[in-house]
Design a protein. Sequence first.
Length: 271
Amino acid sequence: MVFPEVGPMTRTQVTTDVASLIEQVKTGDVRALSRAITLLEIGGPNGAAVSQRLGPRRGRANVIGVTGYPGAGKSTLIAQLIAAYRRLGMTVGVLAVDISSRVTGGALLGDRIRMQDWAADAGVYIRSMATRGHAGGLARATGDAVRVLETAEYDVVLIETIGVGQGELDVMDVAATVVAVVAPGLGDEVQAMKAGLLEVAHIVVVNKGDHPGAETTLRDLREWCPSVLKVVATTGEGVGDLLALIAERRRMRDLAASGIRPSLRSARRQS
Ligand SMILES: Nc1nc2c(ncn2[C@@H]2O[C@H](COP(=O)(O)OP(=O)(O)OP(=O)(O)O)[C@@H](O)[C@H]2O)c(=O)[nH]1
Ligand SMILES: [Mg+2]
């Protein structure tokens, strides 16, 4: 099947081909879902047709945003989360979003290499989404990409993004749970997190718990956010506790959706 990004296709032709593409996505066809996400990134009539055909969000997947400053350990933590969810028999889709149009792009490549451990596992799909044009457009494409992964029936969707800028907030709007990753020993960073990121984070992870200063950062952040925990992403220490917090938050959301008002502060950002 050929999908010209530009070309003299009529609206009907575009819609028909996209319809069969979405049917393939529903069967979990990885090539089809990659193609669908690429069309969304490019935008234009094909992207719009994909977006339209996907229908509303299904809400079945557990969508988890992992945000934080460069080098905080987001990718390392995501690798641990993938392993943990796979052990539970769940399928995992990962979107690594580079919203900042960083000059080097080296970090994203690094992500790919680390995450390549999962290349042979059919239960894991990993996709980098780079900035093309406006941050707002990327955020929209990311939201639609989540819908693609939901259509392909992934159980868990993890979104990695750097926690700076307004566009990041848009991306985080599609995540049911937002995890902010902080590394200890960066005073200014923590202050900035308090001012901005903590507003959108449901769970704060103090990563690099093996570093001196982790306890101080942990104590400091506890005053600001009810759900703070220490993790060592390189070894997996604390990841089980993080999974439990994410599961609890999902339970709270489900209760809220069913009309019962949960009283826990950790469920404060209901949507
Ligand atoms: N000592 C220690 N190092 C860690 C830990 N977690 C991550 N690192 C290291 O920190 C560095 C950055 O980790 P990444 O996972 O790439 O961080 P990131 O937040 O994804 O970085 P960007 O994608 O560039 O924003 C790597 O060298 C990791 O090995 C940890 O718990 N302890
Ligand atoms: Mg990374």
